[in-house]
Design a protein around this ligand. Structure first.
Ligand code: GLN
Ligand code: ZN
Length: 766
């Protein structure tokens, strides 16, 4: 019998119950007992869903009130000292984990939160384990063991899932050491391993047979020392009285393949969706004692699986492995929405093409039975339905648009090149706009006030008609423009009042996109996102932003900056079709945006910003694949931008703090102006631009918009002086780090007054 399981299940609940309970607890509206009760209820429901679907094991350990990596930090007692001391056998309580995550909790003294960052190449964010020299570890939380007891009491066959010791260290960061001290994360492995050993022993004592250790670090480029550490660690852990499933996902094992197949564990999981070709290679190397869990159902995307094709391609694995074949989604289902049945607004046809987490459990179980030749009537029905949906999707005219394909074919190198090189464009733009030295601007959005949100809610609920809604948005725009006039900003923006979200706003107006009612995915903690679905060829039926920018321009003599979200960012923050390469979809989006640039330009908008905050997020997990990605990502940006005439100034904006390793691609975008987040780096970020001799204009952010503090003039002057040491003053702009939508006007106005004053001071000096 093929064993069916999942690496993990979304914990937020089909109606975001967890988010609501956690936030209510933080606010003091419910107490901890009631929060715990919601958690227990969700776990019970999700285990039952796995069992009802016919999985052979239910997964325990994937639940977290905030983050599963943080849970492991609590479990092994890796709590930074500023949150209190836990070495006295005192358990790390829930509020401590909340304080680690967000600096404060209903109880305990506030302290600086731990750093949070992207989990591999997903849009999920985890809390970075803080590591330091001399750190000791000990089991410091009962939570996992309690949850195991809970699941066993409910009569489930339990498999525990836990971030493995190497990946936990890999995700961590050493604090409080000089960079050259030579101390490394890996130096803590010896101290950490015994605690993992104890955890496994305790789980065994609870009657757990299988423990899944998640080691996705194995799909990345590992230094030799880390590869050796894997051998050492698993050689030690093999004596634990449980069976170990080593779980790898998000990509190809590549040069770690023989390492992974050789480790002394009882089963190995591989991602056969992202890296189908590795199945054959793994099969050839898998020792005869080992089971192989094939991640055959896409855990990162929302498409219904091709069960017939999978039965076919997995036939060989079944024949070779027999009972040793396991089936699962490619990775934890944390990264997809919970339940397609909760979708009320999607049309039936489109819905038929999709599978969310709960449906994916069914797919796994059905596929296992199909492979075993023990399919029942409902499996046969599912197989037939999947086949019919797939055929329909393959041929649907909603997906395949001849005009889009034709246009894409006609794209040549000229389409991605501006008419002239930057120096000539800069001359034309200087003549046109005659901006002062150190021109001031903002990144696009102004505060999304309660009024704005209320108007949009009323409009969506049908309580406010379109005319009234648009009139109220025009009022907001007029207000923002008037404020900017008063502040004396050189390049105003319309303020993005009409945008709910920088991707959704465009997706709603483009063909080929669909939106779910409840397709929430956890982004971090209690924050969930509802990514658009790109199901078909993308095209732009009509202009998307022109009327707003055009209106805003009528309110001022200054050049109004138009505002677009770039093609890579739209792609990156959506669920993308799996029937064509990502880059093809990206090019289609780019062509739609190209038309928008042209239309803005014809409407007299002379400065257009194309935001690409997610450009870096698209980087593949393996360095060898970076250039291939960057090449098409850059090309897509240019495809959008290059239609602009010389005298039209193209801006782009990015907000992350690592440019060193991709600086040549950033330069290749050839934006006339790039605005970036820099204030917290004390302008050190500009070194990469300086070293590269970055040729175009740069607006290094001079203040952090994440903080409510009002930046001082002197401080911004100092930052700009530093910037001017690295970048010629003629090519510097003055702007905040990012958009201002999350701030209030009471913070924004004084901050910008000071920013403008800082720019004026610089003009006096240069
Ligand atoms: N133009 C967008 C804004 O100002 C940019 C947002 C972003 O960088 N994420 O809100
Ligand atoms: Zn930004």
């Amino acid at each position: 019998m093929t064993l069916a399981h999942t690496l993990g299940y979304p914990r937020i609940g089909a109606r975001r119950e967890l988010k609501k309970a956690v936030e209510a607890y933080w606010k003091g509206d419910i107490d901890q007992t009631s929060l715990e009760a919601t958690g227990a209820e969700l776990r019970a429901r999700h285990w039952q869903a796995q069992r009802d679907a016919g999985l052979d094991l239910v997964t325990v350990g994937d639940f977290a009130f905030y983050d599963q990596v943080l849970n492991v930090s609590a479990l092994v007692g890796a709590v930074p000292a500023r949150f209190g001391r836990f070495d006295a056998g005192q358990p790390v309580d829930l509020d401590t984990t909340f304080r680690m995550a967000r600096g404060r909790a209903p109880s305990g003294t506030p302290a600086a939160a731990c750093e949070m960052t992207k989990y591999f190449d997903t849009n999920y964010h985890y809390l970075v384990p803080e590591l330091h020299r001399g750190q000791t570890f000990a089991i410091a939380s009962q939570r996992l063991f309690d949850e195991v007891a809970e699941a066993r009491a409910a009569g489930h066959a339990v498999k525990v899932a836990l971030t493995g010791p190497l990946t936990w260290l890999w995700l961590g960061k050493v604090k409080g050491e000089p960079a050259d001290s030579g101390f490394e994360r890996l130096d803590l492995l010896d101290a950490l391993l015994p605690v993992y050993g104890e955890i496994l022993a305790r789980l065994a004592a609870q009657g757990v047979e299988w423990v899944q250790l998640d080691e996705p670090a194995l799909v990345q480029d590992l230094p030799r020392a880390w590869q050796q550490a894997f051998e050492l660690a698993y050689n030690k852990l093999q004596s634990a009285p449980v069976k170990l499933l080593l779980a790898t996902y998000f990509g190809d094992l590549g040069d770690n393949l023989s390492l992974a197949t050789g480790l002394p564990v009882d089963a190995l999981h591989i991602d056969a969706v992202r890296a189908p070709a590795q199945l054959e290679r793994v099969l050839d190397r898998l020792p005869a004692y080992k089971s192989l869990s094939v991640g055959a159902i896409d855990g990162r995307n929302i498409w219904r699986a091709d069960l017939a094709a999978l039965r076919e391609t997995l036939g060989d694995a079944k024949a070779r492995l027999g009972e040793r074949l396991w089936l699962a989604p490619s990775c934890s289902l944390l990264h997809v929405p919970v339940d397609l049945d909760a979708e009320t607004t999607l049309d039936g046809e489109l819905k038929g093409w999709l599978a969310f987490a709960r449906q994916k459990l069914d797919e796994v179980a059905t596929l296992a039975r199909l492979l075993d030749g023990r399919a029942d009537a409902s499996d046969e029905r599912r197989l037939a339905e999947a086949g019919a949906a797939l055929t329909e999707r393959r041929d649907s005219t909603r997906i395949h648009k001849a005009a889009v394909a034709e246009r894409l074919r006609a794209v040549d190198a000229d389409a991605t090149r501006r008419a002239s090189d930057y120096p000539d464009r800069a001359r034309a733009q200087r003549a046109r706009f005659d901006l002062p030295l150190f021109p001031t601007t903002t990144i696009g959005s102004f505060p999304q006030t309660g009024d704005i949100r209320a108007a949009r809610r009323a409009f969506k609920a049908g309580e406010l008609d379109r005319d009234a809604y648009e009139a109220s948005m025009r009022e907001e725009i007029a207000f923002a423009v008037e404020r900017q006039q008063a502040l004396g900003l050189d390049v105003p923006v319309h303020g993005e009042a009409e945008r709910n979200d920088m991707v959704e706003y465009f997706g709603e107006q483009l063909d080929g996109f669909a939106f779910t009612a409840n397709g929430w995915v956890q982004s971090y903690g209690s924050r969930c996102v509802k990514p658009p679905l790109i199901f078909g060829d993308v095209s732009r039926p009509q202009a998307m932003t022109v009327r707003w920018s055009e209106y805003a321009q009528t309110l001022t003599d200054k050049p109004m900056k138009g505002m677009l979200t770039g093609p890579v960012t739209i792609l990156q923050w959506s669920f993308v079709r799996d029937d064509q390469p990502r880059e093809t979809t990206c090019r289609q989006i780019a062509l739609s945006l190209r038309d928008e640039v042209a239309d803005l330009e014809s409407a007299g908008i002379g400065i257009i910003q194309i935001d690409e905050p997610a450009l870096r997020e698209g980087l593949p997990l393996r360095q060898a694949e970076w250039q291939g990605y960057l090449d098409w990502a850059v090309e897509c940006f240019k495809l959008s931008a290059a239609v602009a005439r010389d005298a039209t100034q193209i801006h782009t904006h990015m907000c992350y703090s690592e440019f060193n390793d991709i600086i040549d691609s950033i330069a290749a975008l050839d934006a006339d102006v790039i605005t970036i987040e820099t204030s917290r780096s004390d302008m050190e970020l500009l070194d990469a631009f300086q070293d590269f001799a970055y040729p175009n204009e740069i607006g290094p952010g001079v203040y952090d918009i994440h903080s409510p503090n009002i930046p001082e003039v002197d401080w911004m002057v100092q930052l700009l002086e530093k910037a001017a040491e690295k970048i010629p003053a003629e090519r510097l702009w003055v702007n905040p780090d990012c958009g201002l939508k999350t701030r209030g006007w009471a913070e924004v106005e004084p901050a910008l007054v000071n920013m403008v004053e800082a720019a004026q001071e610089l003009r006096r000096r240069y």
